[in-house]
Design a protein around this ligand. Sequence first.
Ligand code: F6P
Length: 326
Amino acid sequence: MKNIQNIAVLTSGGDSPGMNAAIRAVVRTACHFNLNVFGIKHGYEGLIDGEIESMNESDVSNIIHTGGTILRTARSARFRTEEGLQQAIENLKKFNIEGLVIIGGDGSYKGAAALAEKFPIQVIGIPGTIDKDLSGTDTTLGFDTAVNTAMYAIDKIRDTAEAHDRIFFVEVMGRDAGYIALDAGLATGSEAILIPETKTYIDHLVTLLEKGWKRKKKSHIIIVSEGDDAGGAIQVSNAVKEKFNSIESRVTILGHLQRGGSPSMADRLLGTRWGFAAIEKLMAGKTGIALGIKNGEINETPLSIVNKEHPALSEEMLRMLYILSN
Ligand code: F6P
């Protein structure tokens, strides 16, 4: 056990459902062990600007079921500059902060690693992103909620697509990872799922639509991951229309809808487990690690190697994608 007294927590990068559950667990666990806990607003931006406030158990009441983050978040370009980093370090010194819990994605982890290189502070990462694009963990905080939100939205689009005999190109988030597209697409029985991890051939898509047309199947849902190599849903729709326009089509971009909303049970539990574990690890003297989950058990990976390898999509999922989406 290490004698740590002052810790802080921040959320950084895109928000994800479950972040509040994690903040709650960090604060309540820290208070339980009589640590002083500070909340840093607006991620690394707030660390630079000194937006640092003491928190207690009641500051995190009634938030476990809410989306967004009570600490607010930001993407910070300033934190990547030497000046910004030094200013942040000054504020850490001012509040005598010895341990920092960072809830965010790969950019946030890079920031944490850079900080720990320059300043003797314990840093622990919690994977908070809807994209599920971090190595060392089977899933990330917010993915389950986001993919369910996408699924319910696509179900609704299916109704109107069917009613009008239309093709819908539905764009989902995921930056350069196709996990949301793949899971939401398979769960909604979508006719095609375009993801950045596999090459998209517009001709194949056109053949699929023509085949459907011949057997009088007129409505189709094509899921397009925002980072697909053929472009987003608008580009894919335009490319398809040039070769096949027998059926009317529409584009829906689900966008930030997928980032909000009340977290699912899975995300509330994950946030809670990771928040609790983060404090235990800090008290055990650990630093420079990202928490994750593998086969239901909490694990840790050195922050410096997270996301160097993009987690591969399972062969089983890819076989299903090929066979069931046609
Ligand atoms: O990283 C999460 C994510 O939602 C990505 O899926 C998406 O590409 C990006 O953030 C959008 O970021 P912003 O809200 O800054 O536009």
